[in-house]
Design a protein around this ligand. Structure first.
Ligand code: ATP
Length: 353
């Protein structure tokens, strides 16, 4: 087990800055999830930690030791990829033992560690099969087993579940959380899937264009997104946004936007502002937003009502007992008090300033 520290890491490819001054600490035994859209630098970040990619400047420390210029094999980290990278001609047992064989681990210890990893990942009955005789989920478990047998200081996961179907992905997420709880190996996990990031991460890092936008627990990031990008990226369906200008009216502050003005608190300064509203914080009632319903998405447990107000797309979550409007119906929406997210000049405003 180990800590991981990245300090002001830069990596450029020609005109592209894949990592733009990344500073990040992952605590001993922590599972840290880096989430961001395609091309934001996630894989580059993992490759820099593994030593597969050189950095232009900055440093990487594992357990306090500067490994910036160390070779990958000196770093003692294990990578799990989305492509399982198993040897097709070897059995599961041989695949699991392979990383130990190349490191010269004695046979008896190898067998013990393979047995232990197989039990941990519930693949004991698959040990004599070859990868071609396994399902996608089983292959991914073997790939994880191959990282586990090594007992590395650090696990690096590069979207390991993205090849699996949605149901299996959900199950594997739970297994991964349990695996981490048992092994407590410090882990860095990257994904573009915000739902996966929310369920897996103890610590969540939101990355965009090589820059960290926010670090925190999934809950804290969901409830207090630092900027409009994070607010729109984390949460599904995404947050609604009303863009406009705050001014002082006779009855207090108001946000002028495409529709009828909506009230704004006194601590939002006059001038351009963005109001963010989560779908679960809007409900039908006497309120400032006149919405024309377009589509109702019934997911069984949750129902989301999509429409638009004065040309701005809106979505809200209908409570189980609530009447669900029909397409083309015109309804008015109210906002749960205190649930507004205000952004000015690209930053979140805190109540009081
Ligand atoms: P994805 O989710 O699509 O895998 P990512 O977040 O992992 O994306 P990276 O693969 O780290 O993103 O790439 C970050 C940026 O750096 C991208 O713009 C990519 O095109 C660029 N890049 C990565 N590796 C190289 C390379 N070897 N040469 C040139 N550009 C590269």
């Amino acid at each position: 087990m180990a800590t991981l520290e990245l300090d002001n890491v830069y990596r450029r490819f020609g005109a592209v800055t894949a990592l733009d001054g990344v500073t990040l600490e992952v605590g001993d035994g922590e599972l840290c999830v880096v989430v961001g859209p395609s091309g934001c630098g996630k894989s580059t970040l993992l490759r820099v930690v593994a030593g597969l990619e050189k950095l232009d400047s900055g440093s990487v420390r594992i357990d306090g030791q500067d490994v910036t210029r160390s070779e990958p094999r000196e770093r003692d980290v294990a990578f799990v990829f989305q492509s399982y990278a198993l040897y097709p001609h070897l059995t599961v047992r041989e695949n699991l033992a392979f990383p130990l064989r190349v490191r010269g681990v004695p046979r008896a210890e190898r067998e013990g560690r393979v047995r232990e990893a197989a039990e941990l990942l519930a693949i004991t009955e698959l040990l004599e099969r070859r990868p071609g005789q396994l399902s996608g989920g089983q292959r991914q478990r073997v790939a994880m087993g191959r990282a586990v047998v090594r007992r590395p200081r650090l696990f690096l996961f590069d979207e390991p579940l993205s090849n699996l179907d949605a149901r299996l992905r959900g199950r594997m997420r739970v297994e991964l959380i349990e695996l981490h709880r048992r092994l407590r190996t410090t882990s860095l996990y990257v994904t573009h899937d915000q739902a996966e990031a929310m369920t897996l991460g103890q610590k969540l890092v939101v990355l965009r264009d090589g820059c960290i936008h926010q670090v925190g627990t999934p809950r804290a990031i969901y409830e207090r997104p630092a900027d409009p990008f994070v607010a729109g990226f984390i949460g599904s369906p995404p947050m609604n946004f009303l863009e406009g200008t705050v001014r002082s009216g006779s009855g207090g502050r108001l946000l002028d936007w495409a529709g009828p003005a909506v009230p704004a608190p006194e601590w939002v300064p006059e001038g351009p502002a963005l109001l963010g509203l989560r779908p679960e914080d809007l409900f039908p009632g006497t309120g400032p937003l006149a919405m024309r319903v377009r589509v109702v998405e019934d997911l069984g447990g949750d129902r989301f009502v999509y429409g638009e107000a004065s040309g701005v797309p809106l979505v809200y979550r209908a409570e189980p007992a609530q009447h669900v409007p029909s397409p083309e119906e015109q309804i008015s929406l109210a906002v749960r008090p205190g649930k507004e997210h205000w952004f000015v000049r690209g930053r979140r405003l805190k109540p009081g300033g």
